[in-house]
Design a protein around this ligand. Structure first.
Ligand SMILES: Nc1nc2c(ncn2[C@@H]2O[C@H](COP(=O)(O)OP(=O)(O)OP(=O)(O)O)[C@@H](O)[C@H]2O)c(=O)[nH]1
Ligand SMILES: [Mg+2]
Length: 387
């Protein structure tokens, strides 16, 4: 399918950059990529062309809106309409989906995205998906330590490190609530789970963004229309729409891949043969492995796959490796892993690829992590009232 990507705030713009870098060379799927931020420095660090970037909001702000979500909402509401006109979006009409990327926890992205998504929904028939990161505990815990008289969090933070964000959990929960009923679906990525123990966000975020972008490309690049090879079962924009729904379902993504031999026949005839000589049992085993990883491995938001209402499986890779029976079996594996009713499966040939992959979409999941963030916020509210 054809996807427009809009990044808002520091995280959103960096994630938009990463998605652009992850676009397969043999399979373009992106229309326009645009970036919006109140923070000029962050915006200038993106590789998105200048004509596709827009700085907005009050002048003379250094470092964004520093976590003040109410301010972010006001600024976002004031600019939501103009922002879309302030950048070049020449091919946006060709998009059959829009993905708005944002880090929940800050003020700029979290403040603006509900208004922006609502504007986009009014202006376009295409679904508007939100791609949202959830904050890691260390962001708000470090801030709490600092205000509690212990070692100041800022003492241990390098100059280019992300600032502590005392409001991150509260902002994330509030923005998620505002997106409910506005976003077509909310694809989530939990920084807490993906950052390594003790790792600062600034050190781990590029790796996290690459992981996330790989999954987004695997799902949205789909299987149809590739130069070399067309999928047997193409997953198109309406399939993704069916699985994602239009009721702001929480979505988590799974992924597994394995590098495979693509140099042609192992007997040295590769240069002469167009199709590499792939052993069926090797192909079946590669697909089984990546499907298992995709369903049972690490998800972008941890949850029990059984809670999912709908699921999608895309198996991709060099065409000679895409064994039909193994892909059909993978679909049945997904079907038995989730409790819901809607399952779709397809393949995505990547003639230039060197790996077999499985990308999994689980939609309508129940997440302990989101419940946990709500509890953190409730506890903080109660403590405030007691003071
Ligand atoms: N995965 C990932 N998460 C990030 C990244 N940068 C920030 N985050 C997360 O996103 C949240 C919001 O941070 P930003 O996107 O920098 O905030 P903002 O929208 O620019 O808002 P303000 O800076 O407060 O005006 C943070 O609390 C982090 O949890 C990133 O590059 N990757
Ligand atoms: Mg910022």
């Amino acid at each position: 399918m054809q996807l427009e990507v809009i990044g808002v705030g520091g995280a959103g713009c960096r994630i938009a950059d990463a998605i652009r870098a992850a676009e397969p060379t043999d399979h373009s799927f992106l229309t326009d990529i645009v970036a919006f931020d109140t923070d000029e420095n962050d915006l200038n660090r993106t590789v998105i062309p200048e004509s596709n970037r827009s700085r907005y909001g009050p002048d003379n702000i250094d470092g964004g809106l520093e976590g003040d979500l109410e301010r972010g909402r006001t600024v976002g509401r004031d600019h939501a309409d103009d922002l879309l006109e302030s950048v070049d979006r020449p091919t946006s009409g060709a998009a059959d989906g829009i993905l708005v990327a944002v880090g929940l926890g800050g003020a700029t992205g979290g403040g603006a995205v509900p208004a922006l998504v609502s504007t986009l929904q009014q202006r376009s028939d295409a679904p508007v998906y939100v791609l949202a990161t959830l904050p890691a505990d260390r962001e708000f815990d470090a801030a709490a330590d600092a205000s509690g008289g212990g070692p100041r969090a800022s003492d241990s933070i390098a100059p280019d490190d992300a600032p502590p964000r005392p409001n991150a959990a509260a902002n994330a929960v509030a923005t998620l609530e505002r997106l409910d009923g506005v976003a077509s679906a909310i694809i989530t990525f939990d920084n807490e789970d993906w950052l390594r123990p003790g790792e600062a966000l600034a050190d781990g975020r590029d790796r996290c963004n690459r992981e996330l972008a790989t999954r987004i490309a695997a799902i949205f690049a789909g299987g149809g229309g590739s130069a070399g090879s067309v999928a047997q079962t193409v997953i198109d924009a309406s399939d993704i729409r069916r699985i994602a729904g239009d009721q702001s379902a929480v979505i988590t993504l799974g992924y597994g891949d394995q590098t495979v031999e693509t140099s042609g026949s192992r007997f040295g005839l590769g240069l002469l043969s167009a199709e590499p000589d792939v052993d069926t049992s090797e192909a079946v085993s590669a697909i089984e492995t990546v499907v298992r990883k995709g369903i049972r491995g690490k998800l972008t938001l941890e949850c029990d796959p059984e809670t999912a209402e709908r699921g999608l499986l895309i198996v991709g890779g060099p065409p000679a490796w895409l064994n039909r029976r193994a892909i059909a079996e993978g679909r049945r594996t997904l079907e038995s892993a989730i409790d819901g009713s809607g399952i779709l499966g397809g393949d995505a040939p990547r003639p230039d690829g060197d790996r077999v992959f499985a990308a999994v979409v689980l939609a309508g999941v129940e997440s302990d992590r989101i419940a946990e963030l709500r509890t953190v916020v409730d506890r903080a509210d109660r403590a405030d009232q007691a003071d």
